[in-house]
Write a protein that binds this ligand. Structure first.
Ligand SMILES: [Zn+2]
Length: 313
Protein backbone atom coordinates (compact mmCIF):
# COMPACT_ATOMS: atom_id res chain seq x y z
CA UNK A 1 0.00 0.00 0.00
CA UNK A 2 1.30 3.44 -0.86
CA UNK A 3 2.48 5.47 2.09
CA UNK A 4 2.66 9.21 2.48
CA UNK A 5 6.37 8.65 3.21
CA UNK A 6 7.25 6.65 0.08
CA UNK A 7 10.39 8.18 -1.39
CA UNK A 8 11.78 9.32 1.97
CA UNK A 9 15.08 7.47 2.43
CA UNK A 10 15.30 5.11 5.44
CA UNK A 11 18.83 6.38 5.98
CA UNK A 12 18.50 10.04 6.95
CA UNK A 13 21.05 12.13 5.02
CA UNK A 14 21.63 14.15 8.23
CA UNK A 15 23.24 11.07 9.77
CA UNK A 16 26.25 11.54 7.43
CA UNK A 17 27.10 14.96 8.88
CA UNK A 18 29.62 15.60 11.65
CA UNK A 19 28.14 16.06 15.18
CA UNK A 20 24.92 14.25 14.14
CA UNK A 21 25.60 11.06 16.14
CA UNK A 22 24.29 12.23 19.53
CA UNK A 23 22.43 9.27 21.11
CA UNK A 24 21.70 10.90 24.46
CA UNK A 25 18.12 10.52 25.69
CA UNK A 26 17.45 14.10 26.82
CA UNK A 27 14.19 13.46 28.73
CA UNK A 28 13.57 17.19 28.44
CA UNK A 29 10.06 16.93 29.91
CA UNK A 30 11.51 15.63 33.19
CA UNK A 31 14.12 18.32 33.79
CA UNK A 32 13.83 20.11 37.12
CA UNK A 33 16.13 21.99 39.48
CA UNK A 34 17.21 18.76 41.19
CA UNK A 35 18.09 17.05 37.90
CA UNK A 36 21.86 17.62 38.07
CA UNK A 37 22.26 16.44 41.68
CA UNK A 38 19.96 13.48 41.03
CA UNK A 39 22.04 12.40 38.03
CA UNK A 40 25.36 12.92 39.85
CA UNK A 41 24.14 10.62 42.66
CA UNK A 42 24.14 7.75 40.15
CA UNK A 43 27.55 5.98 40.34
CA UNK A 44 27.35 5.51 36.55
CA UNK A 45 27.28 9.29 35.95
CA UNK A 46 30.05 10.58 33.69
CA UNK A 47 31.03 14.09 32.62
CA UNK A 48 32.48 15.83 29.60
CA UNK A 49 34.76 18.66 30.71
CA UNK A 50 35.44 21.98 29.02
CA UNK A 51 37.78 24.85 29.75
CA UNK A 52 36.35 27.87 27.96
CA UNK A 53 35.36 26.56 24.54
CA UNK A 54 37.91 23.75 24.51
CA UNK A 55 37.32 20.08 25.28
CA UNK A 56 39.43 18.44 28.01
CA UNK A 57 40.72 14.96 27.13
CA UNK A 58 42.66 12.46 29.18
CA UNK A 59 45.92 12.23 27.28
CA UNK A 60 46.85 8.68 28.24
CA UNK A 61 47.04 6.25 25.26
CA UNK A 62 43.73 6.67 23.35
CA UNK A 63 42.25 10.16 23.94
CA UNK A 64 39.33 9.82 26.38
CA UNK A 65 36.67 12.57 26.89
CA UNK A 66 34.75 10.83 29.73
CA UNK A 67 35.40 11.72 33.40
CA UNK A 68 34.03 10.25 36.64
CA UNK A 69 32.61 12.72 39.17
CA UNK A 70 35.63 12.32 41.50
CA UNK A 71 38.00 12.98 38.57
CA UNK A 72 36.04 16.10 37.61
CA UNK A 73 36.02 17.33 41.21
CA UNK A 74 39.79 16.80 41.46
CA UNK A 75 40.09 19.21 38.49
CA UNK A 76 37.87 21.77 40.30
CA UNK A 77 34.91 21.32 37.91
CA UNK A 78 32.35 24.01 38.74
CA UNK A 79 29.24 22.41 40.31
CA UNK A 80 27.21 25.62 39.88
CA UNK A 81 27.49 25.37 36.09
CA UNK A 82 27.34 21.57 35.74
CA UNK A 83 24.82 20.70 33.02
CA UNK A 84 22.75 17.58 32.55
CA UNK A 85 22.91 16.39 28.94
CA UNK A 86 20.72 13.33 29.52
CA UNK A 87 21.03 9.57 29.74
CA UNK A 88 22.76 6.82 27.79
CA UNK A 89 22.46 3.06 28.29
CA UNK A 90 25.65 3.38 30.38
CA UNK A 91 24.21 6.04 32.69
CA UNK A 92 23.72 9.82 33.00
CA UNK A 93 25.91 12.17 30.98
CA UNK A 94 26.75 15.68 32.19
CA UNK A 95 29.09 18.50 31.27
CA UNK A 96 31.05 20.90 33.43
CA UNK A 97 33.40 23.83 33.07
CA UNK A 98 36.86 23.96 34.64
CA UNK A 99 38.10 27.30 36.00
CA UNK A 100 39.46 29.41 33.11
CA UNK A 101 42.73 30.16 34.90
CA UNK A 102 43.56 26.62 35.99
CA UNK A 103 46.68 25.16 34.37
CA UNK A 104 46.17 21.52 33.36
CA UNK A 105 49.08 19.08 33.51
CA UNK A 106 50.11 18.70 29.87
CA UNK A 107 51.29 15.16 30.39
CA UNK A 108 47.90 14.01 31.71
CA UNK A 109 45.38 16.20 29.83
CA UNK A 110 44.91 17.71 26.42
CA UNK A 111 42.85 20.80 25.48
CA UNK A 112 41.49 20.86 21.95
CA UNK A 113 38.92 22.77 19.90
CA UNK A 114 35.93 20.54 19.10
CA UNK A 115 36.17 21.18 15.35
CA UNK A 116 39.82 20.05 15.31
CA UNK A 117 38.88 17.00 17.38
CA UNK A 118 36.13 16.07 14.91
CA UNK A 119 38.54 16.33 11.96
CA UNK A 120 41.13 14.27 13.86
CA UNK A 121 38.66 11.35 13.80
CA UNK A 122 39.64 9.91 17.20
CA UNK A 123 36.18 10.13 18.83
CA UNK A 124 33.02 8.06 18.34
CA UNK A 125 30.11 9.77 16.57
CA UNK A 126 28.09 9.47 19.80
CA UNK A 127 30.76 11.27 21.85
CA UNK A 128 31.17 14.00 19.21
CA UNK A 129 27.40 14.55 19.15
CA UNK A 130 27.18 14.72 22.94
CA UNK A 131 30.13 17.12 23.06
CA UNK A 132 28.40 19.34 20.48
CA UNK A 133 25.35 19.55 22.77
CA UNK A 134 27.65 20.26 25.73
CA UNK A 135 29.78 22.88 23.96
CA UNK A 136 26.78 24.91 22.79
CA UNK A 137 25.27 24.89 26.30
CA UNK A 138 28.56 25.68 28.08
CA UNK A 139 29.25 28.53 25.66
CA UNK A 140 25.77 29.95 26.30
CA UNK A 141 26.22 29.92 30.08
CA UNK A 142 29.70 31.47 29.81
CA UNK A 143 28.31 34.39 27.79
CA UNK A 144 24.83 34.87 29.24
CA UNK A 145 25.44 35.27 32.95
CA UNK A 146 23.36 38.44 33.10
CA UNK A 147 19.71 39.11 32.35
CA UNK A 148 19.23 40.75 28.94
CA UNK A 149 16.15 42.60 30.29
CA UNK A 150 17.50 44.25 33.46
CA UNK A 151 21.20 43.36 33.65
CA UNK A 152 21.11 41.48 36.99
CA UNK A 153 23.11 38.27 37.41
CA UNK A 154 20.95 35.30 36.35
CA UNK A 155 20.86 31.77 37.80
CA UNK A 156 21.09 28.43 35.99
CA UNK A 157 17.92 26.29 36.25
CA UNK A 158 16.52 22.90 35.14
CA UNK A 159 19.85 21.25 34.50
CA UNK A 160 21.20 24.09 32.38
CA UNK A 161 18.38 24.63 29.86
CA UNK A 162 17.17 27.92 31.35
CA UNK A 163 18.55 30.91 33.24
CA UNK A 164 16.22 32.84 35.55
CA UNK A 165 16.62 36.44 36.64
CA UNK A 166 16.04 36.81 40.41
CA UNK A 167 15.59 40.56 39.97
CA UNK A 168 12.92 40.94 37.27
CA UNK A 169 11.72 37.32 36.92
CA UNK A 170 12.63 36.97 33.22
CA UNK A 171 13.35 33.45 31.97
CA UNK A 172 16.09 32.97 29.35
CA UNK A 173 16.49 29.91 27.12
CA UNK A 174 19.53 28.74 25.11
CA UNK A 175 19.34 29.75 21.45
CA UNK A 176 19.87 27.75 18.31
CA UNK A 177 20.65 29.93 15.31
CA UNK A 178 19.49 28.61 11.90
CA UNK A 179 21.94 28.90 9.00
CA UNK A 180 21.05 27.99 5.41
CA UNK A 181 23.77 26.27 3.38
CA UNK A 182 22.93 25.55 -0.23
CA UNK A 183 24.14 24.11 -3.48
CA UNK A 184 22.64 26.05 -6.37
CA UNK A 185 22.31 23.96 -9.51
CA UNK A 186 22.05 24.93 -13.18
CA UNK A 187 21.50 21.63 -15.03
CA UNK A 188 24.86 19.84 -15.16
CA UNK A 189 26.77 22.42 -13.14
CA UNK A 190 26.69 23.83 -9.63
CA UNK A 191 27.72 27.05 -7.91
CA UNK A 192 30.59 26.97 -5.39
CA UNK A 193 32.45 29.78 -3.65
CA UNK A 194 35.66 30.36 -1.72
CA UNK A 195 36.12 32.46 1.39
CA UNK A 196 39.56 33.88 2.20
CA UNK A 197 39.68 31.82 5.42
CA UNK A 198 39.22 28.48 3.60
CA UNK A 199 42.08 26.02 3.25
CA UNK A 200 44.02 26.54 -0.02
CA UNK A 201 42.13 25.17 -3.03
CA UNK A 202 38.88 24.51 -1.16
CA UNK A 203 35.51 25.53 -2.62
CA UNK A 204 32.21 25.04 -0.82
CA UNK A 205 28.49 25.79 -0.73
CA UNK A 206 27.30 29.34 -0.09
CA UNK A 207 25.77 29.88 3.35
CA UNK A 208 24.29 32.51 5.63
CA UNK A 209 22.16 33.11 8.72
CA UNK A 210 18.38 33.00 8.45
CA UNK A 211 17.09 36.43 9.39
CA UNK A 212 14.08 37.16 11.65
CA UNK A 213 10.81 36.80 9.78
CA UNK A 214 12.27 34.70 6.96
CA UNK A 215 11.46 31.20 5.69
CA UNK A 216 14.28 28.76 4.93
CA UNK A 217 13.51 29.02 1.22
CA UNK A 218 13.54 32.83 1.26
CA UNK A 219 16.86 32.80 3.13
CA UNK A 220 18.37 30.47 0.50
CA UNK A 221 17.18 32.79 -2.30
CA UNK A 222 18.35 35.98 -0.54
CA UNK A 223 21.79 34.69 0.52
CA UNK A 224 22.50 33.19 -2.92
CA UNK A 225 21.55 36.40 -4.69
CA UNK A 226 23.51 38.60 -2.25
CA UNK A 227 26.69 36.53 -2.43
CA UNK A 228 26.67 35.50 -6.10
CA UNK A 229 24.05 37.56 -7.94
CA UNK A 230 22.37 34.30 -9.00
CA UNK A 231 18.57 34.21 -8.85
CA UNK A 232 17.13 31.04 -7.27
CA UNK A 233 13.71 29.45 -7.82
CA UNK A 234 12.74 26.17 -6.21
CA UNK A 235 14.48 25.06 -3.01
CA UNK A 236 14.59 21.53 -1.62
CA UNK A 237 15.67 20.64 1.93
CA UNK A 238 18.31 17.90 2.07
CA UNK A 239 19.80 17.49 5.56
CA UNK A 240 20.74 19.33 8.74
CA UNK A 241 23.71 19.50 11.10
CA UNK A 242 24.21 20.73 14.64
CA UNK A 243 27.17 23.13 14.39
CA UNK A 244 28.28 24.04 17.92
CA UNK A 245 30.41 27.11 17.04
CA UNK A 246 28.70 28.30 19.07
CA UNK A 247 25.06 27.29 18.51
CA UNK A 248 24.02 26.97 14.88
CA UNK A 249 21.79 24.53 13.08
CA UNK A 250 23.00 24.19 9.50
CA UNK A 251 20.06 23.61 7.13
CA UNK A 252 21.32 22.07 3.91
CA UNK A 253 19.38 22.61 0.67
CA UNK A 254 19.60 22.17 -3.07
CA UNK A 255 18.44 25.18 -5.04
CA UNK A 256 17.45 25.72 -8.66
CA UNK A 257 19.26 28.51 -10.53
CA UNK A 258 17.05 30.87 -12.55
CA UNK A 259 19.97 32.95 -13.86
CA UNK A 260 23.62 32.20 -14.72
CA UNK A 261 25.63 35.44 -14.68
CA UNK A 262 27.67 35.71 -11.46
CA UNK A 263 28.10 39.02 -9.61
CA UNK A 264 30.24 38.03 -6.64
CA UNK A 265 30.12 39.77 -3.25
CA UNK A 266 33.81 40.65 -3.08
CA UNK A 267 33.77 41.12 0.69
CA UNK A 268 32.28 37.68 1.43
CA UNK A 269 33.92 35.64 -1.32
CA UNK A 270 37.39 35.44 -2.87
CA UNK A 271 35.93 33.56 -5.80
CA UNK A 272 32.61 32.12 -6.97
CA UNK A 273 32.05 30.15 -10.14
CA UNK A 274 30.19 27.33 -11.84
CA UNK A 275 31.67 23.81 -11.66
CA UNK A 276 30.46 21.05 -13.97
CA UNK A 277 29.63 17.63 -12.59
CA UNK A 278 32.82 15.93 -13.84
CA UNK A 279 34.97 18.59 -12.20
CA UNK A 280 33.09 18.23 -8.89
CA UNK A 281 33.48 14.44 -9.01
CA UNK A 282 37.26 14.89 -9.44
CA UNK A 283 37.29 17.28 -6.45
CA UNK A 284 35.47 14.69 -4.34
CA UNK A 285 37.87 11.96 -5.48
CA UNK A 286 40.89 14.17 -4.74
CA UNK A 287 42.08 13.93 -8.35
CA UNK A 288 41.41 17.49 -9.58
CA UNK A 289 44.30 18.58 -11.83
CA UNK A 290 44.66 21.95 -10.05
CA UNK A 291 44.28 20.47 -6.55
CA UNK A 292 40.84 22.08 -6.05
CA UNK A 293 38.86 20.21 -3.41
CA UNK A 294 35.58 19.96 -1.48
CA UNK A 295 35.25 20.43 2.31
CA UNK A 296 36.09 17.49 4.63
CA UNK A 297 33.49 14.82 5.45
CA UNK A 298 32.50 16.27 8.82
CA UNK A 299 31.08 19.30 6.95
CA UNK A 300 27.47 19.19 5.77
CA UNK A 301 28.60 20.97 2.57
CA UNK A 302 30.60 17.91 1.58
CA UNK A 303 27.44 15.75 1.60
CA UNK A 304 25.18 18.34 -0.07
CA UNK A 305 27.68 18.55 -2.94
CA UNK A 306 28.21 14.78 -3.13
CA UNK A 307 24.46 14.06 -3.19
CA UNK A 308 24.05 16.15 -6.35
CA UNK A 309 27.30 15.14 -8.07
CA UNK A 310 26.78 11.41 -7.55
CA UNK A 311 23.06 11.49 -8.40
CA UNK A 312 23.88 12.01 -12.06
CA UNK A 313 27.19 10.13 -12.25
ZN1 LIG B 1 16.17 40.65 34.84
Amino acid sequence: MASFFDGVPAMEPSSLNGFSGNRIDRRSEKRDDGAVDGALADPAARLYLFQGDKVVLKAASAPDPIFRLAEAQALSADHATTLLLGWTEAGPRLAALLPATMALDEGSYRLIDLRSLAIEGSMTAADLGAMAQARSLCNWHLRHGHCSVCGAASVMKIGGYRRDCPSCGAEHFPRTDPVVIMLTIDGERCLLGRQARFAPGMYSCLAGFVEPGETIEDAVRRETQEESGIKVGRVRYYSSQPWPFPSSLMIGCHAEALSTEIHRDEVELDDCRWFDRAEVLSMIAGTHADGIKCPPGIAIASHIIRAWAEAGA
